[in-house]
Design a protein around this ligand. Structure first.
Ligand code: SF4
Ligand code: SF4
Length: 312
């Protein structure tokens, strides 16, 4: 008879997951797990690839909505929740409780932070009673992959190109082997790739800086920004060249002025940078030949492009 672990793997795969990993709650550092589900014994991770092709349009500077719709929204809002519910049903059928956990995009404990993927006005801050998993920490402890300098989880299969969900359960299921970090070599390419210098040398991310440049504050990487953008702003050149250091208040002012591209449903910002930090990391890992998922051609096929700085 098939083990419960194999049934879970098979169901996740059937519903679109590419990698399924298991960790022992007793080995997890995130204290939120025990608050959310005190009886939890196992944490299960389902990871779903972000199609490499979803980044093609931004890489070429030709078409932009596919990254956010296909590599963010459809995964987060459609594919992953359905897969989680189906896997939770497998656990329930075996007599165990299962609690699905997806990233909460619009509730945060911090009082002055933001989530670069969604409209900052949609976020409810200071919600200290809302326990939420630290997704990157749990992904490491669930043996999915290693945390790169950029903060993204890197896997042997897809590098930084995946998103993931968790299931907490009181079922005791054998954990997978610990991942020994071996992919991130501190090359700093993720840091240098950011069009807004939102990542510091130690990999920490300025959430507001990232928010402004994720949606296109750098004119050299935003084909939708008109020449008159920021015409009256004394910091115009610094902003559109990606050199400005934005406070939270300043970032909000910049964000209000750079929505040249419609947002996606569910309040996801349309990404103009295409998460360039992850893209450069992927290219680096691909060039090094350390990824298990191979393509017939390399992702980067042409020189990186840059648009000129225009004035009205
Ligand atoms: S490349 Fe984009 S997603 Fe990455 S840190 Fe910079 S603005 Fe944020
Ligand atoms: S780009 Fe280099 S430094 Fe950054 S996460 Fe990837 S391997 Fe690590």
């Amino acid at each position: 008879m098939m083990t419960l672990k194999q049934q879970i793997i098979d169901k996740f795969i059937e519903y679109g997951a590419d990698i399924v990993r298991f960790g022992r709650v007793a080995d997890c550092r995130d204290e939120a797990i025990k608050k959310i589900m005190p009886e939890a014994k196992t944490i299960i991770c389902g990871a779903f690839r972000q199609l490499r092709g979803a980044r093609r349009g931004i890489e070429e500077g030709s078409t932009y909505y596919q990254y956010t719709t296909n590599a963010v929204e459809v995964l987060e809002e459609n594919v992953m929740p359905i897969a989680m519910l189906k896997v939770c049903s497998v656990l329930e059928d075996a007599g165990f409780e299962a609690l699905p956990q997806r990233r909460n995009q619009t509730i945060m404990q911090e009082s002055n932070s933001t989530n670069f993927e969604v409209d900052y006005r949609e976020i409810y801050r200071n919600k200290v009673a809302e326990n939420q998993l630290n997704f990157e920490m749990c992904a490491e402890d669930c043996n999915l992959g290693e945390k790169g300098l950029s903060g993204s989880i890197l896997t042997d299969e897809f590098g930084p190109f995946q998103r993931y969900v968790f299931i907490l359960t009181d079922a005791e299921i054998e954990a997978d082997p610990k991942v020994v970090p071996h992919l991130c070599d501190n090359c700093q390419k993720c840091i240098n790739a950011c069009p807004g210098k939102a990542l510091k040398a130690d990999g920490s991310r300025d959430p507001w800086q990232c928010s402004a440049y994720y949606i296109g504050a750098n004119m050299t990487k935003n084909p939708f920004m008109p020449p008159e953008a920021f015409a009256d702003d004394p910091e115009r050149l610094a902003i559109i060249c990606g050199e400005a250091k934005l406070s939270a208040e300043r970032a909000k002012e910049v964000i209000e002025q750079i929505i040249y591209y419609p947002p996606i449903k569910h309040s996801y910002w349309s990404s103009i940078c295409g998460k360039a930090c992850d893209t450069e990391c992927y290219i680096h890992l691909e060039e090094k030949g350390v990824l298990k998922k191979h393509f017939k051609t390399p992702f980067r096929k042409r020189e990186k492009w840059e648009l000129p700085i225009l004035s009205e």
